[in-house]
Design a protein around this ligand. Structure first.
Ligand SMILES: [Zn+2]
Ligand SMILES: [Zn+2]
Ligand SMILES: [Zn+2]
Length: 330
C-alpha cells in the first residue's frame, strides 16, 4: 500500500461506499493506520459532513420537564425510587454485611428506601454504645427536654398515664400487633390522656399511626399559668384542670365551665376552698372590666407628694408642668 497517501485511500473508500449514511472515523483510522484526528481533518478538507456527530434531541423529565442527560429516564428527583423495598425479600445490612429479612430493619423517614440500612441488632448495638458515652447521655437528656418544653401537653398526658397505671385505672398490655411485653402507651390525641393503645416501638414505626395535632386552648393556658403564679408551683394546676375535665366529661375548658365550677367545686373531686378563691379572682381578672384584685401588698413605701395648688382649669397645664419640673430637681 506504500506510495498511496491517506488522502487518496480515503477518496477511494468514499467512492466505493457512496451510499453510507454515517462515516465511522475510528474504524477508518484503524483501517489506514493513522490517528482519528488525521481522518477527521482530511474529511473536513474534502467538505464531508457525514462524520460529524449529530446532536441528539434534548430529553426532558416526563414528570417535571427539566432537561436531562441522554441515558437518564427522569430527573434526579423523579428517577429515584422511594420506598422500594419489598416484604419477603432479604436485604443486606451495611454494618454486619448479612442478608436479613425486611422485618429486621426499622422504618426510617430519612432513608430513601424507607428503611434504615443497618439491621436491628447493629442499630441497637450502636445505640447502646452511644448512650454509654457522656455525649450520648447529655444529648438524650437535651433532646427529651426540648421536646417536652415544646409540647407541654405531651408531658401532661404521659403523667396522666403514669398516674392511672399507679391507681389501676389503666393496666399495661402487651403490644397489640406482635405481643411484645415491652410496649408503650400510644396516644391518639393528647387532649384525651387516657385514650391509649399499646404498641411496641417496632410496630409503632411500622404502623401508620399518627397522633392528632394538639391545638392549645388559650383560656386553659392562661388559667394554668395563673394558678402556677399564685402557688409558685406547677403541681396543682394540672390536678385541678384534670379533675374539672373529668367531672364535666370534656376535653376543652370554656368560660362557661369555669363559671359552673364556682358553684360545683364542692362536688368535684380534688377541688377545695383554695380553688374557690383562685377561680373567683381569675374570672374577675379575665372577664370583667374591673381592675384585678392585687392580693400582695406592695413592699415599696408610699411616697407623699406635695399637693398641687389648683386654681383655674386654664392654668392646669402650666401648673402640672411646673410640678413635673419641680420633681426633677428633688
Ligand atoms: Zn422530574
Ligand atoms: Zn447488621
Ligand atoms: Zn409489636
Amino acid at each position: 500500500m506504500r506510495g498511496i497517501s491517506t488522502r487518496e485511500l480515503l477518496q477511494i473508500y468514499l467512492r466505493q461506499n457512496g451510499d453510507l449514511e454515517k462515516i465511522n472515523i475510528s474504524e477508518l483510522a484503524k483501517l489506514f493506520g493513522v490517528s482519528r484526528q488525521r481522518i477527521s481533518q482530511l474529511l473536513k478538507e474534502m467538505g464531508e459532513k457525514r462524520q460529524q456527530i449529530r446532536k441528539r434531541k434534548q430529553q426532558y423529565c416526563p414528570a417535571c420537564d427539566v432537561p436531562i442527560s441522554r441515558n437518564a429516564r427522569a430527573c434526579r428527583i423523579h428517577s429515584h425510587q422511594r420506598d422500594n423495598r419489598i416484604e419477603g425479600y432479604k436485604y443486606r445490612c451495611r454494618i454486619c454485611g448479612i442478608f436479613k429479612e425486611l422485618t429486621e430493619f426499622t422504618r426510617s423517614s430519612r432513608a430513601s428506601s424507607g428503611y434504615e440500612n443497618r439491621c436491628l441488632g447493629c442499630r441497637s448495638a450502636w445505640q447502646r454504645e452511644y448512650n454509654r458515652t457522656r455525649r450520648g447521655r447529655e444529648n438524650h437528656k437535651k433532646s427529651v427536654k426540648s421536646l417536652m418544653d415544646k409540647h407541654p401537653e405531651r408531658r401532661r398526658a404521659y403523667y396522666q398515664v403514669f398516674k392511672a397505671l399507679q391507681t389501676g385505672e389503666l393496666t399495661k398490655e402487651p403490644c397489640k400487633d406482635c405481643g411484645n411485653i415491652k410496649s408503650q402507651a400510644i396516644h391518639t390525641s393528647y387532649s384525651r390522656p387516657l385514650d391509649v393503645k399499646w404498641l411496641c416501638r417496632r410496630c409503632l414505626k411500622r404502623s401508620s399511626h399518627k397522633t392528632e395535632e394538639y391545638i392549645s386552648n388559650p383560656l386553659e393556658n392562661k388559667f394554668r399559668t395563673y394558678i402556677n403564679q399564685v402557688f409558685q408551683t406547677s403541681n396543682i394546676s394540672g390536678k385541678w384542670i384534670a379533675s374539672i375535665k373529668r367531672y364535666y366529661k370534656t376535653t376543652t375548658l370554656t368560660k362557661n365551665i369555669l363559671q359552673n365550677t364556682q358553684k360545683d367545686y364542692k362536688n368535684i373531686l380534688g377541688l377545695g376552698i383554695k380553688y374557690k378563691g383562685v377561680i373567683d379572682d381569675f374570672l374577675i381578672q379575665e372577664f370583667s372590666e374591673k381592675t384585678p384584685i392585687i392580693r400582695k401588698k406592695s413592699s415599696t413605701p408610699e411616697i407623699h407628694m406635695p399637693k398641687v395648688p389648683y386654681t383655674d382649669k386654664s392654668d392646669r397645664k402650666v401648673q402640672t408642668e411646673e410640678f413635673r419640673t419641680g420633681i426633677g430637681h428633688i
